[in-house]
Design a protein around this ligand. Structure first.
Ligand SMILES: [Zn+2]
Length: 281
């Protein structure tokens, strides 16, 4: 499932490959590809020029020379691909866009095997589309307010893993990066936010930022210009995960076997030696 680093990799790719192009035609090919709240059908994008890209958390959007934007959420498996004539068409195309710029033309498609992703035409308020209005700043946003975020964590009495997944406190962190963040910060995922000091919360926010920054850099290096592809398998996933999906493997720091527990209907991976609950100390 794409998290902030993967979405940011896609945003950078789209910025490079489709900015400045005009949408000659847009077509919806699956009933769920367009969100019910979309203010207009995809076809109405015909004639619009793509002026830029933006992102908040896992919400990505294309800005247009129109009073609305095209928002995309990748869900579990959504991908943007530039169709290459030498390659077979992707198998789960939900929408397609014919793009032109001077004499150049190309086809951008939204491919989504599991159909949890969606597109939507939305108005913006203070530069943010309607569906992302409730999403908090991510730690890369220049407007991210660290002190306020810390206060919002401390005000609650919930497990820190659950808190990190709450996109209304700080956005961008999903299940994978939450586990990696807490391993780096040496915090047990079930620690209550009320038991975390300001200093520990700073460490957690800094760990989340560094782990996602490294993933963005890796996503950037393995990025293929002509094939904007995010399916949760950037180079980072294969090489650098310390705990996520590493059950029974040795902790890269101390060698203890990584444990997996389930709460909040999700798996959490952690090192039982490096990450202890405050009461167990
Ligand atoms: Zn360890």
């Amino acid at each position: 499932m794409p998290e902030l680093p993967e979405v940011e990799t896609v945003r950078r790719g789209l910025d490079k490959l489709v900015k400045g192009y005009r949408i000659a035609a847009a077509q919806q090919l699956h009933p769920r590809a367009l969100k019910a709240e979309s203010i207009a059908p995809l076809a109405s994008l015909a004639g619009a020029k793509i002026t830029g890209t933006n992102r908040r958390g896992k919400f990505l959007w294309l800005t247009l020379d129109r009073p609305y934007v095209l928002v995309a959420h990748q869900g579990m498996s959504g991908q943007f691909l530039i169709h290459q004539k030498s390659k077979p068409r992707a198998g789960h195309i939900r929408a397609q866009f014919n793009l032109t710029k001077a004499l150049r033309s190309q086809e951008l498609v939204f491919n989504d095997q599991r159909t949890f992703g969606w597109l939507s035409l939305e108005e913006v308020v203070e530069d943010i589309p309607t569906s992302a209005a409730h999403i908090a700043f991510d730690p890369f946003d220049p407007l991210f307010d660290r002190d306020r975020t810390i206060q919002n964590y401390q005000r609650r009495n919930i497990k820190i893993k659950t808190a990190l997944l709450n996109q209304e406190i700080m956005s961008g962190v999903g299940n994978i990066y939450a586990d990696e963040t807490l391993w780096r910060a040496r915090i047990h995922p079930e620690t209550s936010t009320a038991d975390l000091s300001r200093k520990k919360l700073i460490t957690i926010i800094e760990s989340a930022t560094s782990v996602m920054q490294e993933a963005i850099e890796k996503g950037g290096t393995s990025f293929d210009d002509l094939y904007i592809n995010v399916n949760g398998e950037s180079g980072f996933f294969e090489q650098s995960l310390a705990v996520y999906g590493q059950e029974s493997e040795p902790c890269p720091s101390c060698g203890a076997a990584i444990k997996r527990i389930i709460f909040g209907a999700r798996s959490s991976h952690f090192c039982p030696r490096c990450q202890r609950l405050p009461t167990a100390r």
